[in-house]
Design a binder for this molecule. Sequence first.
Ligand code: SF4
Ligand code: SF4
Length: 446
Amino acid sequence: MIKKSIIGLIRPKVEYEMVGPTTPGAQAISAPMNVTLLVDIPLENRNALLIKAGEKVKEGQKLTVSKESDVYVISTVTGEITAINPFTGDRGKEYTAIDIKAGGDEIDDTFSAFKSKPALDNAINFLECVPGKPDLKRLNDPDRPIKKIVVAGMDPDLLVAAKQYAVRYSCIPIKKGIEILKKITGINDVVLAVPPSLERDAHTEMIDTVAVSTKYPSAIPRMIVKDVLGQEIQAGVKLEDMGICFISAESIAAMGDAYKDGKIPNRKLVTIINKDLTKTVVSAVIGTPVGNILAALDITTNDQDRIIAGGPMRGSAVYAGDYPIQPDTDAIMIQDKADIPNVSDSACINCGECIRTCPVNVPVNLLVRFLEAGEYEEAADDYDLYSCVECGLCSFVCTAEMPIFQFIRLAKHELVRIQEEEAEAEAAAEAAEAAEAEQLEAEENA
Ligand code: SF4
Ligand code: SF4
């Protein structure tokens, strides 16, 4: 069980930092010699791979690894595949990692054929790996039709500024992206959620905006729906079940650029948060190893320092400097080993700090007892686990230094895993029953 919190000696402000008119643009990191792209399926059978080491690929080329799955990545460089390996990510999630050695400048022009005829199917087929990783299939689910799209122009975690940068520096592509999105989905209710400091930039481009408070955790999507859109959210109900879909401003800008240029964007905005909490926003080719970016910024890491994907409140440790920037990597935070918190095994002392700070009134002091005991279903049914918006504030204030937020994430992860296993077992039992019935019928007819 995870016992360490990433929040310790760090005391982040509980106000978001604002990007404004004088904020400098993102620092471009040189294109790397090698990239690693992660395909969101496990590597199970090497012999069945659709691509092999030694094959040449072009920037913009769509790569799938299995004929059983339509999950893909877009090559962000031109070059040669050097290796395909399993890769384990956060909480044991399995990926297929494709290593590519860069060389050459040819561009795959398959997507350019759709430049003048945007449609949801070509967006789903080519743009799901653009910076920000939009879940475009969600816009095409007849069982859960989307009625409102919220373009997220503010990062949910503290110190992270990728989405704000996209709004500050890419308003024109965002406007084009929103126009295209409306056209290909037929959804006209699209708003850009921005901090007050960026409302003016968006207004100038005639984009519909809503203002998000600068107080943490106002920019977490469920908080925006509750506080800005004024809609009540039932515990456990997903936003897509309410007909609401969030897409990052960076993704919308990338879609706008893709259809303008006929070329799929390959650079991701990433906020690099140094040990002293100073930050630099960079633009890096997707697949660039984190170590390359740290070297370019003269940031050194020592043994036992921690690398965190994400910000100080909601990020997860990634362990290695060769971790590749992914389409949804908004931030990388370096934590000095001296700042890694002491997380105690102490029991809750019922001080009530967590309850007072929780923005959605979860009875955290009670919830944590069930989470510690691994009684996740009780935690969900009786103690509001699913009301939690994952802000991390309870861990931040806990007098007993309990890793409450890690308990919460682990519980949600385990409940999803259990539900998936139950669904698989049910499907297998139904298939076996159907096969048995078929065999009986065949025997009776024989
Ligand atoms: S992480 Fe903690 S404080 Fe934040 S919503 Fe969940 S229970 Fe409440
Ligand atoms: S802040 Fe920590 S110690 Fe205090 S009631 Fe909440 S879980 Fe218990």
